[in-house]
Design a protein around this ligand. Structure first.
Ligand SMILES: NC(=O)c1ccc[n+]([C@@H]2O[C@H](COP(=O)([O-])OP(=O)(O)OC[C@H]3O[C@@H](n4cnc5c(N)ncnc54)[C@H](O)[C@@H]3O)[C@@H](O)[C@H]2O)c1
Length: 432
């Protein structure tokens, strides 16, 4: 089939590349000319394991085309996927849908032949209805079906998630669109996943409900870990004990910093906003958002305590700053407010992240990016293990830090407290 992905970010690029790998011709369109230029040179603008190899292979075979010519890409395609960003609006909880609506308006001018228009971006329930209003004349002439197909891939595991999804959700009441999308997904869904055809509004809401539920699980175990710290219980036992119950499940039950990333924070906020619009009090989600915000300051306060409430001039090293490993995405990473706060308190901060230097800290004096773990750790008073990259799992801190007294704050519980004690290292972790 011939496909067009509008928006070549994490979702549009990964899905476009993977769809081309199973034999489709895919046009990847982006309004960012620099992105298109570098993709055409084989340079992948995001850090996603395994992506570059599949991208180069399919680009070479001309099944994958990077362009900013929306008209040509749409005209040549049977199915159009909208994959543009839907960030939070400034000073509000609601999702900013201006990218979505501007694409819909562009498409209205271009579409002359039947196309399936699929929203892959995460959009609040009833957004499909608004798109349909914009494209009303095309819908009336049966030139378009507007479908919701929310994306569930996780950054860092996106290729695997694309080829082995737990489920594919297709929100449409058009039998024709459902039949075509079913055959598009056939090479993927025949493996282990489920294919659901739901209402369009249902598909839109499934995405938000899923993310809000996962965010709830994380916030729940984070709060339980606070209680563990006060009661001398190891949170790992709680996660294992709870997670062994199949009704609960063990995933997303490991405590750590506040959740971040490009999805959970904005999607929980947008869901609350949708609840308000439809006069429904989503009190659990509101509490989760609140709890997560509080966690950011709770952990920085803990850093302050670990350093004897005297931060001025303290040398603090962050190992990992991204919101999770195997991605370069810094959107709403909890390291940002932590580093900003510690910087304000006159700490000297060094950081190392395998995905490279971060523009988020460019303007902060006394926040330095180091090219490797050794340079980052040497002479640190405190090393904060923020992101669980594999690179940080087997470190010899005494050799790295090269001084007698230092402290480790392990936000991911990567090390054994007993082993640290035996090595006489002052070690702090989460919920134990
Ligand atoms: N990142 C994830 O892990 C993930 C997972 C599931 C769902 N989502 C959802 O998918 C959507 C996209 O997320 P993302 O992380 O890929 O975003 P992103 O910011 O990485 O990419 C969006 C791309 O869209 C482009 N764009 C914006 N307006 C455009 C227009 N009018 N025409 C052409 N291109 C345009 C931007 O230049 C950018 O390259 C969001 O709604 C997000 O919530 C993201």
């Amino acid at each position: 089939m011939k496909l067009c992905m509008i928006g070549t970010g994490y979702v549009g690029l990964v899905s476009g590349v993977c769809f081309s790998d199973v034999g489709n011709t895919v046009y990847c369109v982006d309004k960012d000319q620099k992105k298109i230029d570098s993709l055409n040179k084989g340079i992948v603008p995001i850090f996603e394991p395994g992506l570059e190899e599949i991208l180069k292979k399919n680009h070479k075979q001309k099944r994958l085309i990077f362009t900013n010519d929306l008209k040509k890409a749409v005209t040549n395609s049977d199915i159009i996927f909208i994959c543009v960003g839907t960030p939070t609006k400034k000073n509000s909880n609601s999702a900013d849908l201006k990218n979505i609506y501007s694409v819909a308006k562009e498409l209205k001018k271009i579409i002359k032949k039947y196309k399936i228009l699929v929203t892959k971006s995460t959009v609040p329930v009833s957004t499909g209805d608004q798109i349909e209003k914009i494209l009303f004349s095309l819908k009336k002439k049966k030139l378009v079906d507007i479908v919701s197909n929310p994306e569930f891939l996780r950054e860092g595991e996106a290729i695997r998630d694309f080829f082995y999804p737990d489920r594919v959700i297709i929100g449409t009441d058009s039998k024709k669109a459902n039949r075509i999308l079913n055959s598009l997904y056939l090479p993927i869904i025949k493996k282990t996943s489920r294919y659901f055809n739901t209402s369009r509004r249902g598909a839109e809401l499934i995405k938000y409900a899923s993310n809000a539920f996962l965010a709830t699980k994380i916030s729940f175990i984070n709060e339980i870990s606070n209680l563990c710290e006060k009661t001398g219980v190891d949170v790992k036992d709680i996660s294992l004990g709870m997670g062994s119950d199949q009704r609960i499940g063990e995933r997303f039950l490991r405590p750590g910093p506040a959740y971040g990333g490009s999805c959970f924070p904005k999607d929980t906020r947008a869901l609350i906003d949708t609840g308000n619009k439809f006069k429904t009090n989503l009190s659990i989600v509101k509490t989760v958002v609140n709890s997560n915000n509080k966690r950011k300051s709770l952990l920085t306060k803990r850093v302050e305590k670990i350093l004897g409430n005297n931060l001025v001039g303290k040398k603090i090293t962050f190992l990992g700053v991204t919101f999770k490993p195997n991605t370069d995405d810094m959107r709403e990473a909890s390291s940002i407010p932590m580093i900003q706060y510690l910087n304000k308190k006159k700490c000297k901060i060094k950081y190392y992240d395998p995905s490279g230097k971060k523009s988020e800290f460019k303007s902060l004096k006394n926040v330095t990016y180091c090219k490797n773990i050794s340079l980052a750790c040497i002479k640190a008073d405190l090393v904060i293990l923020h992101t669980e990259w594999n690179d940080f799992k087997l470190l010899n801190f005494k050799k790295l830090i090269k001084k007698n007294k230092f402290k480790i704050y392990d936000l991911r519980n990567l090390y054994s407290p007993q082993k640290m004690k035996r090595q006489k290292i002052q070690y702090f972790s989460v919920g134990r």
